[in-house]
Ligand binder design. Structure first.
Ligand code: IVH
Length: 673
């Protein structure tokens, strides 16, 4: 055998040490000193040297993560110490009960709590023998698991060899001569899951629904190539072996020192009020977390006390999972009904057995359109998972097909409008079915609701129920009729006590003066939202000019595209709409649209997401417009700023994706005031 030159040996050693150092920086300390590409390049050099001198390969070399042959089967292995699970607590009362329970068993004990995030992944146990990763196993039934070392080795946040340089001498000796067991959770980060699904879409393959299942599925494979191709992450939550730690917090410190990733958000809380605060903060940040978490794990920090408190069933008495308010729940679809909107759009809506989700009772969920129904294959009688996230309306995300009753039929959109029985049309390239009957009573009624609503004429006391009564009594047929109502007519109706009737007449009276932008918005023209109405009002300055404008002239308005322009022009060309507008002009006074009071946001498009503390969403929009800015509807690369409040929704994610600058409430205030 040819001798290996010393400088090669040294180079290989140094490369390994450097690659390991960057792994530790990146995965454990969340720091990155060199780019991914540079890091790959170091690995590549090492790989080439090892290929040339296979004698130099060691089991803990970073090159040993991938490769390996598929196994014939997964071996069963016994856990040295049983793997427990956790009891759940829902809400602060159950948490207080849990504390009382353990305190009864240890009345004089004093301890703080270690709090960590409860990750929704796959629990695994790792064994390091003399510092080297020798085995990794799934939980299984807690006593026997499956050996999945080959797949776990592909996960970069799991070290192949424990770092020992930062350990006290006695502990280092223990690690290097004995066995160390570490437990934690394998998860797929949100960004990696999204990337995986992007790849699936590109390859015209079905998307994955659930990151937990992807993580578990990848780890329980025979061929390590699959796990290697999926980016997984490991967070440790327990150091089982006694390495001199007296608290869980010290366990976490030791784990970090040994090069094992623990959640950087884990911390120590002195008492339950502090735990509750931590829980609230994390729950608020939930959407922004890099992984999916379903609660906070609370552990009695004192390790000796923890052991002494023992186990009930399969869970330690000294730990509990304080869950987040569920954003998902299962329920049964009792009916699917089709609603007709004011533009004639047909929206299928699932009527559900009422269920509590994220703190509110949900009885309906939108099914969006025919494509979505087909994708879900949702049927009456089905058990479904519904989801409510941020300020989004509840949606059906999945059908539990195994729970489907035996006699069900697929749901199809009706061919006739459920209200006027007129023919329904689905234009090519569009997902939505429309009732095209201009006189459809349902469309008509929705149009009246819209007309009186907050952002339109804003008539107090004129909600859907009142409008229904007025229409049923034939007092109102079109919007102009609202302004012709007399108190004496209303007094005769059962719905109206005298006071209420007078109040309504007064509210209608004060709505008689309206700015042009609100007038345009109130007409309910398809594709014309609040901001477009404002843009049209500013451009044309008078209703006459807008009514007469050609498609081309309308398309010249900033932010107005061809589709919107066509929709506006068509609206004013229809004789029925012209009549309605003329009738309205007889009874209301149209004022010039409000002018911006400053130019601080001139030319900028701003979007608000989440709840603001010092103003409502509407007030924020007014401030943006008063400062000469435009309120955007969805985040694009042309958005100038996204103002972020509490519990922000997907718009924040989109802002990050497009690199759009985000502002907190205070900065926004300073900007516009
Ligand atoms: S500690 C003795 N910490 O949730 C303590 N578990 O539903 C045992 N889990 O079995 C568990 N994140 O698989 C702990 N930060 C965390 C966790 C966590 C997720 C899992 C774990 C556990 C299950 C219980």
């Amino acid at each position: 055998m040819r001798p290996i030159p010393e400088y090669i040996k040294q180079r290989v050693k140094k490369l390994r040490r450097e690659i390991e150092r960057h792994r530790y920086l990146y995965h454990v300390l969340d720091r990155q000193e060199i780019s991914d590409a540079a890091n790959d390049s170091l690995k590549h050099e090492l790989q080439q040297l090892e290929a040339r001198y296979p004698e130099l390969v060691t089991p803990d070399s970073p090159t040993q993560r991938i490769g390996g042959q598929p196994l014939p089967e997964l071996k069963k292995v016994a856990h040295p110490v049983r793997m427990l699970s956790l009891a759940d607590a829902f809400g602060p009362e159950e948490l207080a009960d849990w504390e009382k329970r353990w305190q009864r068993l240890a009345p004089r004990a004093k301890t703080s709590y270690l709090v960590d995030l409860k990750l929704d992944g796959l629990a695994i146990g790792l064994v390091f023998t003399k510092g080297m990763l020798t085995r990794g196993a799934t939980r299984g039934d807690g006593i026997i698991g499956e050996d999945v070392t080959h797949n776990l080795k592909t996960i970069e946040s799991i070290p192949l060899r424990l770092r020992t340089d930062d350990l006290p001498t006695a502990i280092r000796h223990r690690v290097l001569t004995g066995a160390v067991e570490i437990r934690g959770e394998v998860v797929m980060l949100k960004k990696d899951f999204e990337e995986l699904n992007r790849r699936q879409r590109k390859a015209a393959k079905p998307e994955f629904a659930n990151p937990r299942n992807v993580a578990a599925g990848s780890i329980r494979q025979l061929d390590p190539k699959l796990a290697a191709s999926r980016k997984l992450t490991f967070y440790a939550w327990e150091l089982v072996t006694d390495l001199g730690q007296t608290t869980w917090a010290e366990s976490y410190d030791r784990l970090r020192a040994m090069g094992v990733k623990v959640n950087p958000r884990a911390s120590v809380c002195a008492d339950l009020p502090a735990v509750a605060k931590f829980h609230q903060r994390i729950e608020r940040e939930r959407e922004q977390l890099p992984f999916w978490a379903d609660g906070v794990v609370v552990k009695v920090n004192d390790r000796e006390l923890f052991q002494r408190l023992g186990v009930v069933g399969k869970a330690p008495r000294a730990a509990v999972a304080l869950k987040f308010t569920a954003q998902q729940a299962t329920t049964v679809v009792e009916d699917i009904r089709v609603q007709v909107g004011r533009t004639g759009a047909l929206t299928p809506v699932a009527h559900l057995r009422p269920v509590l989700v994220a703190g509110t009772t949900v009885g309906r969920a939108t099914l969006h359109n025919a494509d979505e129904i087909a994708r879900l294959d949702v049927r009456i009688g089905d058990t479904v998972i519904i989801q409510k996230a941020g300020d989004i309306i509840p949606e059906v995300v999945q059908v539990l097909k195994k729970l489907r009753p035996s006699k069900t039929t697929p749901f199809h959109m009706p061919r006739h409008c459920p209200v006027c029985h007129h023919r329904v049309v689905r234009r090519s390239g569009e997902a939505i079915h429309f009732c095209v009957n201009q006189h459809c009573p349902a469309r008509h009624r929705e149009g009246l609701y819209h007309f009186a609503s907050k952002k339109a004429f804003d008539i107090d006391g004129l909600g859907p129920n009142t409008i229904d009564a007025l229409v049923d009594e034939r007092l109102v047929r079109e919007p102009a009729d609202f302004f012709k109502l007399k108190a004496s007519e209303l007094h005769e109706l059962p719905l109206f006590a005298e006071k209420k009737a007078d109040n309504l007449i007064a509210a209608i009276g004060s709505a008689r003066k309206v700015t042009l932008d609100r007038f345009i918005f109130a007409l309910g023209i398809r594709h014309v939202g609040e901001q477009t109405a404002i843009d049209l009002a500013h451009h044309f300055q008078s209703l006459e000019r807008l009514v007469k404008a050609s498609v081309e002239a309308i398309a010249e308005v900033p932010n107005v595209g061809a589709v919107v322009a066509r929709s506006v022009a068509e609206f004013f060309q229809a004789p029925k709409n012209r009549q309605g507008v003329d009738a309205l002009r007889q009874v209301v006074t149209i004022l010039a649209p409000p002018r911006p009071t400053s130019q601080k946001l001139k030319g900028q498009t701003v979007i608000v997401t989440g709840t603001l503390n010092t103003m409502s969403r509407e007030e924020a929009h007014e401030k943006i417009r008063a400062a000469g800015g435009t309120v955007g509807s969805s985040v694009t690369k042309n958005t100038s700023y996204v103002v972020v409040g509490e519990k922000p929704g997907s718009k924040l994610t989109a802002a990050k994706k497009y690199g759009v600058e985000t502002l907190d409430e205070q900065t926004f205030r300073r900007m516009v005031e």
